[in-house]
Design a protein around this ligand. Structure first.
Ligand code: AMP
Length: 279
């Protein structure tokens, strides 16, 4: 496994691989890797000749400086995991490598900017678009892999890829969960034992909501999920929305294209999850 901190060197090596006719798959991450990230790498390796994983905690996507400061960083362990799991190239750039000058680009995200994460984390998706386009420009992969756990992020990345004419296939992978159903997240290690136990109640409520879909309106399901999650003292629902899979706008009727998206606070830790009512 090759480890790069220089964008130029990585770009050059990827160029050589492409000249030889190899396909390049790319998995962008912020590190503190878990099985969710490794599942993306597995898909990436299955589809491509060369796998590239980036590890970069992108400051421009954090709207809360405290969240950025506390974000877990476990680079040595991450590199071991990537090596064990057959990654070919890792890109671990410093901040100056990604942002030689402050990135002032503003992305037009349309209606995606008016719902859920965008409302609760102002500026977050502009930062995501900045880092992902910068990484795409460096790595120039054929395919890039993202988890549907970050449902709205996937929509943002697809839009930006389309709008800016990147010739990159965006491949979307399922949510990997802990044994009790909690969606894996780098932030889970920040939970106290009590919060961690309660956090299993988030996916439990979403899965139960799914079974009620034929019998309740969207509005009633929203109330049900919120109450169920908040029956745990440790958890506070920031939002639970039922939205259309394509437009991400709230639906009143539970069609098969509906997705329930939740953000929950457990103390200072913010967790997100979602469920497709159709699947
Ligand atoms: P992050 O390091 O949190 O920025 O995540 C990097 C990539 O891993 C993103 O595409 C996430 O959607 C994806 N990811 C994070 N958690 C999971 C999970 N539990 N299952 C599948 N993919 C995930």
């Amino acid at each position: 496994m090759e480890i790069y901190t220089s964008a130029d060197l990585l770009e050059r090596k990827v160029g050589l691989h492409k000249k030889e006719g190899n396909t390049i798959g790319f998995v962008p991450t912020m590190g503190a890797l878990h099985s969710g990230h490794l599942s993306l790498l597995e898909c990436c390796r299955a589809d491509n000749d060369v796998s590239v994983v980036s590890i970069f905690v992108n400051p421009t996507q954090f709207n809360d400086p405290e969240d950025l400061r506390r974000y877990p960083r476990t680079i040595e362990k991450d590199l071991e995991l990537l090596k064990e799991n057959g990654c070919d190239m890792v890109f671990c750039p410093g901040e100056k490598e990604i942002y030689p000058a402050p990135d002032t680009r503003v992305f037009e995200l349309g209606a995606l900017e008016t719902v859920m994460e965008a409302v609760h984390r102002p500026g977050h998706f502009n930062g995501v678009a900045q880092v992902v386009t910068r990484l795409f420009d460096i790595v120039k992969p054929h395919r890039a892999y993202f988890g549907i756990k970050d449902f709205q992020q996937v929509a943002v990345i697809k839009k930006v890829t389309r709008d800016l004419n990147y010739n990159i296939d965006i491949v979307v992978c399922p949510i990997i969960r802990e044994h009790d159903g909690l969606a894996m997240s780098s932030r889970n290690v920040l939970l106290s034992a009590e919060q961690r136990k309660a956090a299993a109640g988030i996916s439990a409520a979403l899965f139960e909501a799914k079974t009620l879909a034929g019998r309740m309106t969207a509005e009633r399901i929203k109330k049900f999920v919120t109450q169920k999650v908040e029956s745990h003292d440790e958890l506070e629902v920031e939002y639970f929305e039922i939205v259309d899979e394509e437009s991400l706008q709230p639906v009143t009727e539970l069609k098969s294209s509906a997705v329930g998206c939740i953000a929950v606070r457990a103390g200072k830790v913010r967790l997100i999850d979602n469920v497709y009512f159709s699947l």
